[in-house]
Design a protein around this ligand. Structure first.
Ligand SMILES: C[S@@+](CC[C@H](N)C(=O)[O-])C[C@H]1O[C@@H](n2cnc3c(N)ncnc32)[C@H](O)[C@@H]1O
Length: 244
């Protein structure tokens, strides 16, 4: 299994450094885009996996969808429940949660796929295919690997800095060409205390991800940029919608 310090990556630092970026306005915009790309309608049964602190799941419920939100962080789920929306938030591991033919739509937002080895990640896609009803669709929001390559091309690694007051989050990322994964060392400095941990995420170009989705049993795959326009080399994100 690739090196991934899950408890550290999806813990207090995540909330501290990401919360200012994940504004209500941004989450509203993202939920609207998801609703548009998935043709969401009131009454549809929607799975948001992994839902984190519920910013998308709660908004889809506000649109009238019947939403199940799954994440393995109880702390994030507690925050998610505070919004008071009628979402069924469940603590589960994405590798073990295995509904059958239950959902009209599945949402996997904000680089929440590609955390495990290839066999496990492929098994997760096959599981999501089984979780969908006839006519169902899966949406995956991934980084655009070509954009990442443009940044990595100069010296083989990138450094990204996030600041909150005097606190710093530094991500030093390199790409492993043999595995197709980004390998990131994260250095968090909060109140002068330094902590280091790691995470590893599989990245895809569109043709490879389409192949995985077809292997998992999906019939059609469409791709969009982060703004919902047609996907191309310059797109900030790669949003993929796979239909049963
Ligand atoms: C990048 S966050 C995205 C959260 C949410 N989709 C959003 O847009 O705000 C990834 C989420 O995956 C969850 N996660 C990581 N590994 C998981 C696993 N094995 N099973 C379930 N959830 C997991 C983390 O707890 C975290 O909430």
């Amino acid at each position: 299994m690739p090196a991934f310090d899950f408890e550290d990556v999806f813990g207090d630092d995540y909330l501290h450094f990401y919360a200012p970026q994940l504004t209500d306005e941004r989450s509203d915009r993202e939920a609207e885009l998801i609703a548009r790309l998935l043709d969401l309608a009131p009454g549809m049964r929607v799975l948001d996996i992994a839902c984190g602190h519920g910013r998308i799941a709660n908004r889809l419920a506000a649109l009238g969808c019947e939403v199940v939100g799954v994440d393995r962080s109880e702390r994030f789920l507690e925050i998610a429940r505070r919004a008071g929306q009628p979402v069924d938030f469940r603590r589960a591991d994405v590798r073990e949660y295995a509904p059958e033919g239950e959902f009209d739509r599945i949402v996997n937002w904000f680089t929440s796929f590609g955390y495990f080895d290839d066999a496990t990640d492929r098994a997760i896609l096959a599981g999501w295919r089984r979780a969908l009803r006839p006519g169902g669709r899966l949406l995956l929001d991934q980084p655009n690997r070509q954009r990442l390559f443009q940044r990595l091309a100069v010296d083989g690694s990138t450094v990204a800095l996030t600041e909150r007051g005097d606190d710093l989050l530094v991500d030093r990322t390199r790409f492993d060409a043999a595995t197709g994964r980004t390998e990131t060392e994260r250095i968090s400095v909060r109140d002068g205390r330094v902590r280091r941990y790691r995470f590893s995420v599989r990245t895809f170009d569109l043709t490879e991800l389409r192949g995985w989705l077809v292997d998992a049993g999906f019939a059609r795959v469409a791709a969009y940029g982060g703004d919902g326009a047609e996907f191309d080399l310059r797109s900030a994100r790669m949003i993929v919608v796979a239909s049963v």
